[in-house]
Design a protein around this ligand. Sequence first.
Ligand code: FAD
Length: 311
Amino acid sequence: MEKNVMKYDCAIVGGGPAGLNAALVLGRAKRTVALLDSGKPRNRIAHESHGYLTRDRIKPGEFRKIAYEEVLYYPSVQHWQDEVVDIARTEDGFSIQLASGESVQARKLLLATGLREELPEIEGLEKFYGKTVFNCPFCDGWENRDRPLAVISSSPHIFHTVKLLYNWSKELYVCTNGKQSLDSEQIEEFKARGIQVFEAAVTKLTGQDGQLEQVHFADGTQISCRGGLIGPELINNSSSFAQSLGLETTEAGGIETSPFGKTTVEGVFAAGDSAYFMPAQLIHAASSGSKAAASILADLVEEEWEAAARN
Ligand SMILES: Cc1cc2nc3c(=O)[nH]c(=O)nc-3n(C[C@H](O)[C@H](O)[C@H](O)COP(=O)(O)OP(=O)(O)OC[C@H]3O[C@@H](n4cnc5c(N)ncnc54)[C@H](O)[C@@H]3O)c2cc1C
């Protein structure tokens, strides 16, 4: 099959669990799929992945290797390791431009590009993020259970995050990183449960071999801990495509979809973190990719059913 001259049934932008599961379902439905992936999944820096049945505690790279082997078993799925830089609507589909200069034509489009994080500028953070500093209690709460944990976030949602994390550890240090994101009632609620609040800016994290041990503040104080949770800013990798294609987005910044991944624009589907932001987990992403693929197939079948009667 000559990759770049044909029109694919579907182009999938993003080869994380959402895009890969969609490719698997479409490949098994004998559909031609262009799987376009720049190879930077969100959890690539994590030491392990958790909570995906049959794959609990697997290394993210190993998960990805198995997934690609399964998907590329189906010969109608073609893979590009490349970045999509532009998507234009054509008369009967989409023209997708790659950073390498190639372009791919497809009848349907699935956006499954995930999110990227912008971490707060704190010295040393990169040594611990993905090891003992995490961003999702469901993903890494168990590994950090019953330990003294620092929760570093200036988000107004910090109160709810701390409340949830209290399920895994009762010894929590709340660091609002220079912001007054908690009201006095919330601070009192924390105090009543022995949770301390630090409002000074966090300047530095220190520890050994990926294990966070101290949080240092601008006012010279420091606390000892055995791990932490951080609230990064999340950016939708599909936001420029959503804008150029005229897709509606949610208040949180995700792409608005039906439960089966249809966006507000005909022929465009979205799945995974870039569609709904939360709950951001591998299993939800894979499930939404599978549902979007079923929806894409239903549309293709419908179009061909009508055409078959006319021929
Ligand atoms: C540190 C960390 C640890 C985590 N741990 C867990 C865990 O233990 N368990 C769990 O369930 N979840 C975990 N998650 C969340 C999980 O990684 C995400 O929910 C999941 O990866 C979302 O899948 P996705 O397919 O939507 O996006 P992603 O997995 O992020 O995949 C998106 C893909 O699209 C590609 N892409 C983006 N833009 C373009 C473009 N323009 N052109 C081509 N390709 C593009 C990216 O390179 C990437 O390969 C963790 C996240 C982080 C940050």
